[in-house]
Design a protein around this ligand. Structure first.
Ligand code: GLA
Length: 401
């Protein structure tokens, strides 16, 4: 190049290399946000774990969380697949002069608590709000999103439940998606993967956009507790129709299991477990794991029932037949068989038939009782079971071709 000095060529080249690499970095960052970056391998099956809210509400403290984490292991629940130990509301203290959040006196050492949970081979979950205050009136993350995400990452957090609450005072409904995306991007920036659990009670049809703002799970309903079978069944059965929005990495969440909390009788608890597994819903136990009866434990750890929830195909089941309070639901499984649940929402025991035509089975099929873990034999046309009041049966149906 006549008239061009070597140093000019060099700086020109350097400039282009700089611009090019900056471009690559920006493109890479954009891709990371679009694809979820470090988040993409999370919740490929519905998250399983424990959440303190229904047992402790604001009386929760470090001692209770540690005791429940230890019980998750000693009870056999960890072996059954439960992993997350999630602290809900009420752990927050004040922000310091630099705006960083600190835990309150019930949680003297969050990093130490995270280390303890990880030491048990479990994962650590925490809770906040996009608003200035949480539902229980503690400090929320509003205007401190990045700082809070960094603090959680420093503590070793693996799961964040982000609860709308007072956000309604600072955001309009059409700003909700941006508010959730903001914390998602803050999590991404920390480089630490965290399952991101949206909690805004199903407002604004969250199932349509939850995944696009980084949600791995999103609550589809209001709080499930406090009204026994009526609320559990209403919320559970109304998930029908939302199946197309669920899949590996992003799940509908009809809220915490009520098993062992004294709200439901045995058959009602069995109904919740059966339905949540057919729905591929997150399985978060809500009871005191340190004082758990054998019956509660057996409902929470039934291996073949849980395998339906955790099936790698990741399809949420749906209702295929209903006659008043009697329902048949089906969930297709990897390998071609189907999980079939028969529900009796009435107050008398009744026989219910799952007709093979209704569940997409066209010939003879082998049927296995998943709660009893027992092969029931080969059936032609359908399968009939006597189902107790407010109860459920669950079988796996495998067509013989
Ligand atoms: C809301 C949520 C609950 C729980 C409480 C805590 O009600 O829906 O799941 O987190 O807040 O205050």
């Amino acid at each position: 190049m006549p008239g061009t000095r070597t140093s000019d060529v060099k700086s020109f080249t350097t400039l282009w290399l700089t611009l090019l690499s900056a471009g690559l970095v920006i493109a890479g960052a954009a891709r990371a946000v679009a694809s979820g970056g470090p988040q993409t391998q999370l919740a490929l099956t519905p998250p399983m774990g424990w959440n303190d809210w229904y047992q402790y509400e604001c009386k929760v403290d470090e001692k209770a969380v540690k005791a429940n984490a230890a019980a998750l292991v000693s009870s056999g629940m960890k072996a059954a697949g439960y992993r997350y130990v999630n602290i809900d509301d009420c752990w927050q203290g004040q922000r310091d002069a630099n705006g960083f959040i600190h835990s309150n006196s019930r949680f003297p050492d969050m990093k130490g608590l995270g280390d303890y949970i990880h030491g048990l081979g479990l994962q650590f979950g925490i809770y906040s709000s996009p608003g200035p205050k949480t539902c229980a009136g503690y400090e929320g993350s509003y205007t401190h999103e990045q700082q809070d995400a960094e603090t959680y990452a420093r503590w070793g957090v693996d799961f964040l439940k982000y609860d709308w609450c007072s956000a309604s005072q600072v955001y309009s409904p059409d700003q909700m998606q941006a508010a959730y995306r903001k914390m998602y991007e803050a999590i991404l920036k920390t480089g630490r993967p965290m399952v991101y659990s949206l909690c805004q009670y199903g407002l604004e049809a969250v199932w349509r956009w939850g995944a696009s703002v980084g949600g791995n799970v999103w609550r589809t309903t209001d709080d499930i507790g406090g009204d026994g079978y009526a609320r559990v069944s209403m919320f559970g059965f109304q998930q029908n129709g939302l199946e197309k929005f669920a899949g590996p990495g992003h799940w509908n969440d009809p809220d915490i299991l009520q098993i062992g909390l004294g709200q439901l009788n045995f058959d009602e608890e069995k109904t919740q477990m059966t339905l949540w597994c057919i729905l591929a819903a997150p399985l978060l136990a809500g009871n005191d794991l340190t004082h758990m009866g054998q019956q509660t434990l057996s409902l929470l750890t039934s291996a073949e029932v849980i395998a339906v929830d955790q099936d790698p195909k990741g399809v949420q089941g749906q209702r295929v037949w209903q006659e008043g309070p009697f329902e048949v639901w089906v969930k297709p499984l990897a390998g071609g068989s189907k999980a079939v649940a028969l529900f009796n929402r009435s107050l008398s025991a009744l026989t219910i038939t799952a007709r093979f035509g209704d569940i997409g089975v066209h010939d003879r099929a082998e049927v296995r009782d998943l709660w009893a873990r027992k092969d029931l034999g080969v059936f032609n046309d359908g399968f009939t079971a006597k189902v107790p009041p407010h109860g459920a049966a669950m079988v796996r149906v495998k067509e013989i071709r």
